[in-house]
Design a protein around this ligand. Structure first.
Ligand SMILES: Cc1cc2nc3c(=O)[nH]c(=O)nc-3n(C[C@H](O)[C@H](O)[C@H](O)COP(=O)(O)OP(=O)(O)OC[C@H]3O[C@@H](n4cnc5c(N)ncnc54)[C@H](O)[C@@H]3O)c2cc1C
Ligand SMILES: NC(=O)c1ccc[n+]([C@@H]2O[C@H](COP(=O)([O-])OP(=O)(O)OC[C@H]3O[C@@H](n4cnc5c(N)ncnc54)[C@H](O)[C@@H]3O)[C@@H](O)[C@H]2O)c1
Length: 442
């Protein structure tokens, strides 16, 4: 091997990098990571961890609301304190992750990197070389290409607001829109969601999405379907969203939640011949790009799997196994679950109800209100739908409930390992728990 600075050099240091980079260094490889912002990337600093800390008081308030008459007294959410608590929870994470990296000998290089040849990334004019490069630059928020787009903000700005705007417009109705509409509404903002078409959260079971929308509507959130947003304007401290045939909405803050796009520009991919498209970097089944010694990991990959943290972790660990010689096999993705953290939540994994109905697979529905364990805290909204193949093995599941995330998560082994009835019978669960309640239905 030529005399490179590193065996493996990663561009970007989110979950697509560090979960694999740490054990890779432990395996004896010389590893470097380049990061222009906070170590840890989106998930800990401005994604999952930040968001779920803001969600925790909302979930608690919903439980209190259901138990009204048993749990009494006036409660309210203090947005300023919610954001302070979020910051206190996430502030230590970059140092903690940096410590894990440097503790095993990974070199952290701070700055913006750009590939200059197949073995070199330049940071602030300084070339750094490696045998293998991994591009893990993630996604960034889309900004609508309309007049006044600079007046709108992104999810990171929202989670840093110390004062909650009285009137909030959210453009788009995907994950970020629905989760942030839930939080902002619970904390007292007047929220309007401007939908691109007539369906929110398109990748989730639509009757469950309707349950969440109906509940948010009862709580005061306004959903405007088919609102083609054409302009943002400012007058004094207020902002106007122009949509449809010249309709307008006046608000105090605008959240552009119209999706996230891959960070593929201005990092030298064209220079070295790495092929990408609008969905991200194209890779083969070894996560190898069009240039043999350059790989990609995490959200920046163009892929079918959901662009989520567990996927990024699985990919970075796979690359570690590949680079350290533990495997030479193609990546074999497991069933990857996803959840939207609304209240109630919607979670899913495996074959969808829609596909099952088309294929003739069996779908079993259980209403949340009929589950005695959910009655202990008076949950009534939602249902679980389980999809079985001809051998009655679980191949898909989706649930809408306050505990949908945990209910779906606990079922993963049944799907991933194709457990049959006798194997399922060997698993004894703690009782009473969400897990026991979910497995009982198999
Ligand atoms: C608001 C929000 C909430 C989310 N909630 C969830 C959730 O609940 N559950 C879930 O599973 N997923 C969630 N996600 C998605 C999750 O955060 C991502 O899937 C995950 O962070 C992807 O990791 P990654 O390493 O691929 O990319 P990132 O974490 O984005 O890391 C990429 C890194 O590359 C750096 N970088 C980019 N270009 C350069 C360059 N030229 N030089 C140096 N560094 C560079 C960036 O600064 C960044 O740190 C959420 C995302 C958002 C935005
Ligand atoms: N719970 C979670 O796991 C979670 C939470 C937040 C974010 N994420 C990740 O972050 C990604 C980005 O989230 P997101 O909510 O920004 O994206 P998304 O893809 O979930 O939703 C984008 C929304 O914007 C709408 N849209 C697209 N173009 C538009 C236009 N021109 N005008 C108006 N609306 C338009 C779409 O119809 C959709 O409703 C997700 O795909 C996911 O990978 C995950």
């Amino acid at each position: 091997m030529a005399d490179y600075d590193y065996d493996v050099l990663y561009l970007g240091c989110g979950h697509g990098t560090f979960d694999g980079a740490i054990p890779l260094a432990q395996s004896g490889k010389k590893v470097g990571v380049i990061e222009s912002r906070l170590i840890g990337g989106t998930c800990p600093n401005r994604g999952c961890n930040a968001k779920i800390t803001l969600d925790a008081p909302v979930k608690l308030t919903r439980a209190k609301e259901r138990l009204e008459g048993i749990v009494n007294g006036d409660w309210s959410l203090d947005w300023g304190q919610m954001v302070a608590q979020k910051q206190a929870v996430i502030d230590p994470l970059p140092d903690m992750i940096s410590g894990l990296l440097t503790g095993v000998g990974v070199q952290i290089i701070t700055g913006r990197g750009e590939l200059t040849d197949a073995h070199t990334i330049e940071v602030d004019g300084k070339p750094i070389t490696a045998d293998k490069l991994v591009i893990a630059t993630g996604l960034r928020p889309n900004k609508l290409a309309i007049p006044g787009t600079e007046l709108a903000h992104d999810s990171e700005d929202f989670m840093n607001l110390t004062t909650l705007p009285k009137r909030l417009a959210i453009v788009g109705s995907g994950y970020i829109s629905m989760e942030f509409a839930t939080m902002a509404n619970a904390a007292g903002a007047a929220v309007t969601v401007l939908m691109h078409g007539d369906r929110a959260l398109r990748q989730f079971h639509q009757p469950f999405v309707e349950t969440v929308i109906d509940d948010l509507t009862k709580r005061g959130v306004t959903f405007v379907k088919n609102a083609e947003v054409s302009e943002f304007a400012q007058s004094g401290d207020a902002y106007t969203v122009i949509y449809g045939d010249g309709q307008s909405l006046t608000v105090d803050w605008i959240l552009d939640a119209t999706g996230r796009i891959p960070n593929v520009e201005n990092i030298g991919l064209e220079t070295v011949g790495v092929v990408f498209n609008e969905h991200g970097i194209e890779v083969n089944n070894h996560l190898q790009t069009s240039v043999a010694n350059i790989y990609a990991s995490g959200d920046v990959i163009d892929k079918q799997q959901p662009k989520l943290t567990p996927t990024a972790i699985f990919e970075s660990v796979y690359l570690m196994q590949l680079f350290s010689g533990q495997t030479d096999q193609p990546i074999d993705y497991p069933a990857i679950p996803s959840t939207v953290f609304t209240s109630p939540r919607i979670a899913k994994v495996g074959e969808s109800v829609e596909t099952a109905e088309k294929k003739g697979d069996k779908v079993v529905t259980n209403q949340i209100k009929d589950d005695w364990y959910r009655q202990v805290d008076r949950q009534t909204l939602g249902a679980s739908k389980l999809v079985f193949d001809a051998d009655h093995k679980l191949i898909g599941a989706t649930e809408c409930s306050e505990e949908a995330d945990n209910a779906i998560d606990t079922l993963l082994p049944a799907i991933e390992f194709g457990l049959d009835a006798s194997q399922i019978g060997r698993i004894v669960h703690l009782f009473p728990t969400i897990a026991a309640s979910a497995w009982e239905k198999l």
